[in-house]
Design a protein around this ligand. Structure first.
Ligand code: KIV
Ligand code: ZN
Length: 509
């Protein structure tokens, strides 16, 4: 295995992943993910698009300052301002990459950019040269590459390499390509671009046809040396190639692909949970590798086969992707050390202060619920880790009255950042409507509910309910997550989590 080709894993969870609707993250959340990606072993992490906003700039700069052992990359259009800003954010990194992109397909040239082919080539060359002036690791992406005329694609790629690009990325921006088409495109570039051996060929596949992983693997088979991907496959529209799937496919079918990636696969599930907790984008139960059912055998024949010989029905071991071996049950008498140990096994790194807070919540939960499962612990930790630290609004108490034939009433008392308490009661078409009305009244924010879900964190009827929602406020989407054994209380907490995010955004932090 040692002589096998090493595939560069370029993670773009913090850039393309953040472009998933409702998935925007604050600086602390991005930093938590960046550290987890570094622990996971990704080679390059695209930390953001520094020119896009002050927040993006600051998070790229902070990630560049803190992360060690992983190349930190910033995205820029082929314009001086973008590239200068990207470098400004990246210059403190131990190892950095500037990623410049420019659309090349006829559709984009004609309708979006209104530029001729000559102008495109010139701008790509100028962009790469400006980036090379700052940094010797420069990636160039001809956006919508797979829908670009082949002759022109070859011309742009050759010019970008001549200008100094060390990686050329072939994006399937709209998720249009099929595996055979992707393989042919990579072969075609290898055969027709004279200087192609001076750069690493990368691919960046979107999942509009559900083919992103298959297309990425086809590209690797044809000789691509870098895969761009995201945790849980999140990203623009239907998302990107899922990191956990592509990595496990290459590992499980090493006999076929004969290449390796430097990923610590035991960190896949913890990293997936972290990203899902932070972004609010839940992982479907049957999602390959990291879904809750990915290793659950239901059919009697399968269970029987598994008991006789695991490999009858399992091609990977759950522990190899980071599922804990047992769902150990904790309870009222479990101490801080047991909780700390479980948190570590589940892949969380908690500071002393965080452990202290989670332990407080754990004790309160243990008074309400006899058995505390891994799912409960994950929910408690995520709530602590990803709550908004300086809460503007805190729940002091809530009460609900609901009976057949009457509108339900929700009474809430909140404490604001200055310590003042406000109590209000509102009725609504249902308890959720009433909860929205009362929170809107106290916070004076008009919210539109875009998505709302409650799911049980674990098995059992005393399980905690995890409410997650997406609300719109003044044209922007915000997420909120709340956990409680009382689902309406979980909903009020989720609402407050969203409202606190709005307050943070409004105060410009
Ligand atoms: O999908 C795309 O084309 C991109 C580029 C910026 C690489 O995300
Ligand atoms: Zn993309």
């Amino acid at each position: 295995m040692t002589n096998q080709r090493q595939i560069t894993i370029f993670d773009t969870t913090l850039r393309d992943g953040e472009q998933s609707p409702g998935a925007s993250m604050n600086l602390k959340e991005k930093l938590d993910i960046a550290l987890a990606l570094s622990d996971l072993g990704v080679d390059v992490m695209e930390a953001g698009f520094p020119i896009a906003s002050q927040g993006d700039f600051e998070s790229v700069r902070e990630i560049a300052r803190v992360v060690r052992g992983t190349t930190v990359c910033g995205l820029a259009r082929c314009s001086e301002k973008d590239i200068d800003r990207a470098w400004e954010a990246l210059k403190g990194a131990e190892s950095s990459r500037i990623h410049v992109f420019l659309a090349t397909s006829a559709i984009h040239r004609e309708f979006k950019l209104k530029m001729t082919r000559e102008q495109i080539v010139q701008r790509a060359v100028d962009g790469v040269k400006r980036a090379v002036h700052y940094c010797d690791d420069v990636e160039f992406s001809p956006e919508d590459a797979v829908r670009t005329e082949q002759d022109f694609l070859c011309r742009v790629v050759e010019a970008a390499i001549d200008a100094g690009a060390t990686t050329v990325n072939i994006p399937d921006t709209v998720g249009y390509v099929t595996p055979a088409h992707m393989g042919q495109t990579i072969e075609m570039l290898k055969n027709r671009v004279p200087n192609i051996d001076r750069a690493v060929i990368s691919i960046h596949c979107h999942n509009d046809l559900g083919l992103a992983v298959a297309n990425s693997l086809a590209a690797v088979e044809a000789g691509a040396g870098q895969i761009e991907c995201t945790i849980n496959g999140i990203g623009e529209r239907a998302g990107n190639c899922s990191l956990e799937e592509v990595v496990m496919a290459m590992r499980t079918r090493n006999d076929f692909y004969q290449c390796r990636a430097g990923i610590d696969t035991r960190r896949l599930v913890p990293t997936s949970r972290l990203v899902s907790g932070i972004t609010g984008l839940q992982v479907q139960r049957n999602k390959a590798i990291v879904g809750r059912n990915a290793f659950a055998h239901e059919a009697g024949i399968h269970q029987d086969g598994m008991l006789k010989e695991r490999t009858t029905y399992e091609i990977m071991r759950p522990e190899d992707v980071g599922f804990a071996k047992t769902d150990l049950v904790l309870g009222k008498h479990s101490g801080r050390a047991a909780l700390a140990d479980r948190a570590k096994t589940l892949g969380f790194r908690l500071t002393g202060e965080q452990l202290h807070r989670v332990f407080g919540e754990f004790k309160q939960l243990a008074d309400k619920k006899k058995d505390i499962f891994d799912g409960d612990i994950v929910a408690l930790i995520e709530q602590q880790l990803h709550g908004i630290p300086d809460e503007h609004w805190k729940l002091v108490s809530y009460e609900i009255t609901s009976r057949t034939g009457d509108q339900p009433h929700v009474k809430v008392t909140l404490r604001n950042g200055s310590g003042e308490m406000t109590k209000e009661v509102r009725s609504g078409d249902g308890p959720i409507d009433a909860a929205f009305r009362v929170v809107e009244e106290i916070t004076q924010m008009k919210l539109v509910c875009r998505d709302y879900q409650v799911r049980s964190a674990t098995i059992g009827r005393d399980a905690q309910g995890e409410a997650s929602m997406e609300v719109e406020y003044e044209g922007r989407s915000y997420r909120g997550v709340g956990v409680s054994t009382d689902t309406i209380e979980a909903t009020v907490k989720a609402l407050l989590n969203a409202v606190n995010r709005i307050a943070v955004a409004k105060s410009g932090r």
